[in-house]
Design a protein around this ligand. Sequence first.
Ligand code: PRX
Length: 651
Amino acid sequence: MGESDKNMDQENKLSNNNGDQIVPPNNKIIERTIVKDWEREIQKGDDIEKYWAMEAEQLDWFKKWDEVLDDSEKPYYKWFVGGKTNLAYNAIDRWIKAEKRNKIAILYTNERGDEIKLTYYELYREINKMANALRNLGIKKGDTVCMYLPMCPELVISMLACTKIGAVHSAIYSGLSSVAIVERINDIKSKVVITADGTYRRGKIINLKSVIDEAMLQCPSVQTVVLVNHTGRYNDVADLRGNEIFYERLIEGEGDTCYSEIMDAEDPLFILYTSGSTGKPKGVLHTTAGYMVGISTTLRNVFDIHDNDLWWSTGDAGWITGHSYTIYAPLLLGSTTLIYEGAPDYPDPGIWWEIIEKYGVTKFYTAPTAIRHLMRFGKKYAKSYNLDSLKVLGSVGEPINYEAWKWMYEEIGKNRTPIMDTWWQTETGMHMIAPMPVADLKPGSATKPLPGVHIAIVDEEGVEVENREKGYLAITQPWPAMFRTLYNDEQRFEDVYWKFFPTGYYKTGDMARMDEDGYVWIEGRSDDVLKIAGHRIGSVEVESAFNSHPAVNETAVIGKEDPVKGQLIKAFLILNEGYNLSMPYKEGYTSTLREELKRHVRHSLGPVAVLGEMVAVDSLPKTKSGKIMRRILKAKEDGENIGDTSTLDDL
Ligand code: PRX
């Protein structure tokens, strides 16, 4: 069978089905891939301790572990107990001793076409300078450092510099608001914040410094603000305030060698905030060795990373995908990682494909929402570029709908490249359910748990559901990259994740079902967390933002399906006396209350909170104890039967 016949065959299979059809993988990939037999590879992980210990051998240790897993204080699991290592050492230092020394580690580009390439050796020296500078600022092992930076080389350098000296970093997505920054910095009490003057976005420069300036008014712990003059806005030291210093000035004169802090396997590595079902963001804490083993193993298995790959993950380092798979895992594998700053549709919707062609990207990892966005501009952009270098594609963040899968498969992968749909979470740190390039794929399913990962679909008692029904997705055994706690909130860590099922399984917060072939299908969240353009946002967070406005008495928000973003926020608002959404907000205002509220919520939560609709209502459905029943609003919105409402106070 010739190449074109093979494509035809795959195309026929694709067009005949509703997303459940098995797609045969590409033969060339099978020849190349490290993993030849998917099922056998999965079986290797039956004994989790044996499997993860074998994988841990691939990394460098200052001292080997005494025990692979300590589960004596559940749910506070410990991995590689007694082991001593350093992630930055494994990601950078060990490569410069060997043949990868002059290989490009990071390739930065942006929407203006600027380009910065840093070899492992160059990156090593930059990291060392920054690590020395941070030590000189008084940062020691265990101290926290915050970053509010765009995707730029200094972000990678700063994160790895922290890791090298044992400081715990906390990166804040550069699209979040000053309110979010204050909340996070005050929770972890950082002494140092690293930020930039601005970031490039759709031909404009977004001012980040003004957001930090506003936040700093309420962050007493911060002693030093380090400013990367990324867009060249500041010309003079005179532009800076007393506790601000230019990044360039900070590292000036610093030596380019620096010892790596000897880290205990369980020493904290970073804290990353994410949304939950209450208003307060959760500080997800990851530790050193298990995280390092988990992310490097999964990237290698799922994306079949080889020495000559050019890896591109579009995940911003303000989110977990950026931490695990844009920065750390590719460097741990000695690969080259492309870092892009900009939107997918600027200067035009072909920019991503232009970059893939220009640099010869081989593995490309992105989110369904981005694909759906680009689909709207038609096929002509992807068709104008040669995307033959691509070998494996990946998807993350939400279930990929069949249309987006098909478009990605046909237009980007040209019917040749398999799509790795990876299910995981900020809390899991690493891919959990995902195929490998030799797997048979079913569009829309992340397939099966990876080796060393054990899951079950269970009922509220933690008992496996029967007949392939829908149930709670639970993880039944610990995994190395698991988060260790919620910073400053151990009770919530235990209650939300570990005490829900009497069996002590980890509760993911997702509903799922498993089909007859053992493939997992994610069926939405079981809690009040929305997924907007792949980003998590809690209903309560959005409601609190609305409620903090003087015109609003009470709010309930739900997710409303959207063809591009997945979900948008729909808000039901009880307004205070005298307010109307369509009327000017106040005397002397030209904007309506609707516009004012949109601005207000965006200011509180940042552009992540994309508002779809707002409606004013007289009352909200509540339980007798006064809890808002969003489920009822959602069911009504979706035209479903709203079921038993006997516990409702009001409808
Ligand atoms: O609901 C699942 C969805 O995203 C949630 C985790 O969100 P976050 O911590 O922000 O991490 C996103 C990047 C890892 C999950 O609980 N999710 C993530 N990936 C998938 C997914 N849902 C379906 N399929 C996926 N591949």
